[in-house]
Structure formats: structure tokens, C-alpha cells
Design a protein around this ligand. Structure first.
Ligand code: NAP
Ligand code: MG
Length: 486
């Protein structure tokens, strides 16, 4: 864990801090509407902080209903007069250009993501930013080939898409939303999360530099009320939302009876299932990657571990040993495995659940560690002796907290894994291919990983069942969410 208190006798890494001297962050960011940086009509700003040291990074404009209206009007005009009448191959060129500019600025984007969100530089550098670029590259390729994406069907763009994203993958979620919308010929108003607006605003700068016609992409920062104003705006044709199931339900109610299209990517409580014939060491790494990756701030985190009873002791003891060797601390240090929790609020939520788990009688394990004095940190936490009905096994915690249960038979684990209001993802670890297919057929989850976990690719659709939402992002399926079939 932190250098001073790691329990494993091993060599230490020297600190390896990623430099911040190459990044450009403004003291204050305005709203990006119609290709210009405009002041919010309320005149109000809020601060975005670095959750690893609680220092203020920038002031961010708080957009209100009036600003959303300005942005939607700009998006409508750009849609009608420019974007929808432009040859598709020309649209593709703009999307490629955005992808290339993101690529050029990858290092800066990664550092800013780490500063604003608290996630480790290793992750933002190796996962978030490359995947975000690749979404633009991938969808640029589809822009002039929609006829091949949907053979024998005629499709049209929808118009103006309102998009609302969460704080766990700020730039990546913006890319998941904007790239397919543009490729399908729509214009966009995007609302980033209030705690992590910076990389979406950097993306707005990139979009400006790309020469994309004004109004095609508008970025309006703010709080939940800004998102609600976008949802309720009468001239929006589609809402794409990624966030909590609670807010997803509010949005679905608000859109009931309207003609707006809706996709919801919501919460999860995904099962990671280890059979006794699994490669145990790899599975232990997969468990770590499944839940402690990004401090558990992953909608599809493998937060419920099911281990076959005859290997449970071995898996749990290896897991505990491995946790002792993880580095927790400054997310900008390239050695750090566990970074900061995204906000004080989220840390309090996680701590509440940990207390609840203890009260419920589950057994807790955390590797010994001293947390940094400043910033929001939570050690990786395991719970054993967890009942199926336990709140910590049922509700999404969205933090580095893993519940561990055992099973004997396939039927038992399928029943337990499916006993959840969510259905986003699952992992299956076994050497038997037939068992993997059998499990994949019976598990109610949108994504099922076999002998791996948390792997993403722009060509592969992602989305959930049940209270994890509906609609798919990524791949051809992700394009379908931004067209109408005529
Ligand atoms: P959240 O509270 O639902 O917020 C998501 C976004 O919606 C934020 O931009 C938020 O603004 C905005 N918002 C809040 N209230 C709103 C309202 N009434 N109307 C419209 N917009 C509103 O979720 P979060 O805490 O940021 O993110 C964590 C959740 O996202 C988890 O449940 C996680 O599982 C889910 N998630 C799902 C996926 C997926 O693909 N399935 C991916 C990532 C995350 P503020 O930031 O200002 O509150
Ligand atoms: Mg922040």
C-alpha cells in the first residue's frame, strides 16, 4: 500500500510522477455554445477540485435552462443548415480530425483526467484516453457507410441529441456519446458531470481547433438541474444518459409520452465467477482488475465475487496477499495502483456501505495502510461471510468494495448471480469452453467476459439488462441508437 506500510517484503519503486508542466488549464471555463465560449446567463460558476489533494483546479460555468435553450437552438440550426446536408464523407473527415487531434494531445488529456477525477495516470494514459480516441476513429469510419451498417434498410439521422454523462470515465463517456451521434449525422448538446468537467472542455477546444462547423457540438457544464433542462427541452430528439439508476428513472418518467428517443446506461452489481478449474493466479489478477480498477468507479465492476467452494480458501488468501502489494496514493505517480475516490460525497457513500456491511455481520478485510492526509481515499475492501440478501451484496456501492460468496454447482451460481436488480456485466473463469457458453446463455448480463474482465473495444456493443438500462453503445449497435429506420 503506501510505501511506509506495505506488508510484503519486496523492493520498492522510486516515485515516478507524471509531469504537469506540459498541460494547459484555464483558471475559468465558459460554456461552449455555437462554436464560441460564452458566459453563463446566471453569471454563476462552480469549482472543480483535484480529489487527491482537494485543491481547486478551475472555475466552471453553471449553465441553466436559458443556456441549454441557446445550445439546443445552435445545435438545431447546425443540424438543419450544415451537418445534415453535408456529404457523409465530409462529416467523416471532421470526425477523423477530432480523433487525430485527441491523439496528439493524449498525454495532456491523460494528466488532466487524472487531476480532475482522481483516477491513476496509468489508467487514464493506457485506457481512458486511447479508448476515447479509438471511438472517434472507429465511428469516423462508419460515417459514410451507414448503408452497409444497416443493409436493406433506409436510415435517417434523428436531429439534436442531448447527452448526459457521469464522472467515472469523463472523456471516454463523452467520446462514447459524441462520436456515434456525429457519425450518424446528428448534432449534440453534452452535459458533463459537475465533478469532472475538464476533459470534456478540453475536447471542446479540440473540436474548435478541428474547424467543426459551429453548433454541431455544444458543451454545457453544470449540475443536475442543467441535465434536467436538457432532458425537458422540447426541441431535443434524443436523450442519451449514462449515470445512476435513480436519475435514469427520473429521466424515463420525464420522457414518457414524448417522441424523444432514449437510451439509458445505468448502474450495475456485476458477478465475477471463479470455477475450481480456473487458472487461479490469473483469476486473482482478474478480480483485482474487475473491482479495484478505477477505485471501483466502474459501472460494470465485478463487485460480487462468487468462488467455487473447494478453491475459495486458496483464492481468498491469494487475493489478500495481492492486495497487500498494491500501491495506494498519488494518482499522478505511475506506480500507483489505487488512486483517489472521485469526491467527498462518494467517499462518504462508500464508507456508509462499509459500516453497513460490518453491522450486517459480514467479515471485513482491508490491507493495513496509512491513507494520505489530504484527499479522498479508501483502501481496497473485501467482505466474506456475506448473505445473498445482504445490502452490500445487492446495492451498487461504486467503490473499491468486494463481496465474496461461495457456491457448489452451476445452477446455484447462476441463480445467485442473476438474483440482482441489475444486469450489466459478468465474468466467468474456467478452462472449459462449453461451460463458458452455457453460463453466457444463462446469465442476465449485457457483457460477459471469459477468463478476463473489464476489457473494452469500440467495435463491441456495451449495455445492460433490467435496471442497468437499455440501448447499446459501441459497435454498429451504438450507431443504431442515433438513427431512425424509415
Ligand atoms: P448520476 O448522479 O446519475 O449523474 C449522471 C449525470 O446526470 C451527471 O452529469 C449529473 O449531473 C446528471 N444529473 C443528475 N441529476 C439529473 C437529473 N435530474 N436530470 C438530468 N441529469 C441529471 O450518476 P453519477 O453519480 O455521476 O455516476 C455514477 C453512476 O453512473 C453509477 O450508478 C454507475 O453505475 C453509472 N454508470 C453507468 C455506466 C454504464 O455504461 N452503464 C457507465 C458509467 C457510469 P451532476 O454531475 O451535476 O450530478
Ligand atoms: Mg474534479
Amino acid at each position: 500500500m503506501t510505501k511506509e506500510n506495505r506488508q510484503v517484503d519486496s523492493w520498492e519503486y522510486a516515485p515516478s510522477l507524471e509531469s504537469t508542466n506540459h498541460i494547459h488549464i484555464k483558471k475559468r471555463y465558459e460554456l461552449f455554445i455555437n462554436g464560441e465560449w460564452v458566459k453563463p446567463s446566471s453569471g454563476k460558476y462552480f469549482e472543480t477540485i483535484n480529489p487527491a489533494n482537494e485543491e481547486v483546479i478551475s472555475e466552471i460555468a453553471h449553465g441553466n435552462e436559458e443556456d441549454i435553450d441557446r445550445a439546443v437552438k445552435a445545435a438545431r440550426k447546425a443540424y438543419t443548415e450544415v451537418w445534415s446536408v453535408m456529404p457523409a464523407a465530409e462529416r467523416a473527415k471532421y470526425i477523423y480530425r477530432i480523433a487525430r487531434l485527441m491523439h496528439e494531445q493524449a498525454r495532456e488529456l491523460a494528466v488532466i483526467e487524472t487531476l480532475d477525477a482522481g483516477k491513476t495516470i496509468r489508467e487514464s494514459r493506457d485506457i481512458d484516453v486511447p479508448l476515447a480516441c479509438n471511438h472517434f476513429f472507429y465511428y469516423a469510419g462508419w460515417a459514410d457507410k451507414l448503408a452497409y451498417a444497416f443493409p436493406n434498410r433506409k436510415v435517417e439521422s434523428l436531429g439534436v441529441a442531448g447527452q448526459i454523462i457521469p464522472w467515472n470515465f469523463p472523456l471516454l463517456m463523452a467520446a462514447w456519446k459524441i462520436a456515434p451521434a456525429l457519425a450518424a449525422g446528428n448534432t449534440v448538446v453534452l452535459k458533463p458531470a459537475e465533478t469532472t468537467p475538464l476533459t470534456a472542455l478540453k475536447l471542446a477546444e479540440i473540436i474548435e481547433a478541428s474547424g467543426l462547423p459551429p453548433g454541431v457540438v455544444n458543451i454545457v457544464t453544470g449540475y443536475g438541474d442543467t441535465g434536467a433542462a436538457l432532458v425537458n427541452h422540447l426541441d431535443v430528439d434524443k436523450i442519451a444518459f449514462t449515470g445512476s439508476t435513480n436519475v435514469g428513472k427520473i429521466i424515463q418518467k420525464a420522457l414518457a409520452g414524448t417522441s424523444k428517443k432514449l437510451t439509458l446506461e445505468l448502474g450495475g452489481k456485476s458477478a465475477n465467477i471463479i470455477f475450481d478449474d480456473a487458472p487461479i493466479d490469473q483469476a486473482v489478477e482478474g478480480i483485482i482488475n474487475g473491482i479495484f480498477f478505477n477505485q471501483g468507479h466502474v459501472c460494470c465492476a465485478g463487485s460480487r465475487l462468487f468462488v467455487q467452494e473447494n478453491v475459495a480458501e486458496k483464492v481468498i488468501s491469494k487475493l489478500k496477499e495481492r492486495l497487500k502489494s498494491l500501491y495506494l496514493g498519488d494518482p499522478l505517480d505511475k506506480n500507483t495502483d489505487v488512486g483517489a475516490i472521485n469526491s467527498k460525497n462518494q467517499l462518504e457513500t462508500i464508507e456508509r456501505y462499509i459500516q453497513l456491511g460490518k453491522n450486517e455481520g459480514a467479515e471485513m478485510y482491508q490491507p493495513a495502510c496509512v491513507l494520505p492526509k489530504k484527499g479522498f481515499f479508501c483502501p481496497p475492501t473485501l467482505f466474506t461471510n456475506v448473505a445473498q440478501s445482504s445490502v452490500i451484496a445487492q446495492e451498487e456501492i461504486f467503490g473499491p468494495v468486494l463481496t465474496i460468496q461461495t457456491f457448489r454447482t452451476i445452477d446455484e451460481v447462476i441463480q445467485k448471480a442473476n438474483n440482482s436488480p441489475y444486469g450489466l456485466a459478468a465474468g466467468v473463469w474456467t478452462e472449459k469452453g462449453a461451460r463458458i457458453f452455457n453460463m453466457a446463455n444463462q446469465l442476465n448480463a449485457g457483457v460477459i467476459w471469459a477468463n478476463t474482465y473489464n476489457k473494452f473495444d469500440p467495435t463491441s456493443p456495451f449495455g445492460g439488462y433490467k435496471e442497468s438500462g437499455f440501448g447499446r453503445e459501441g459497435g454498429v449497435h451504438g450507431l443504431a441508437a442515433y438513427v431512425k429506420f424509415i
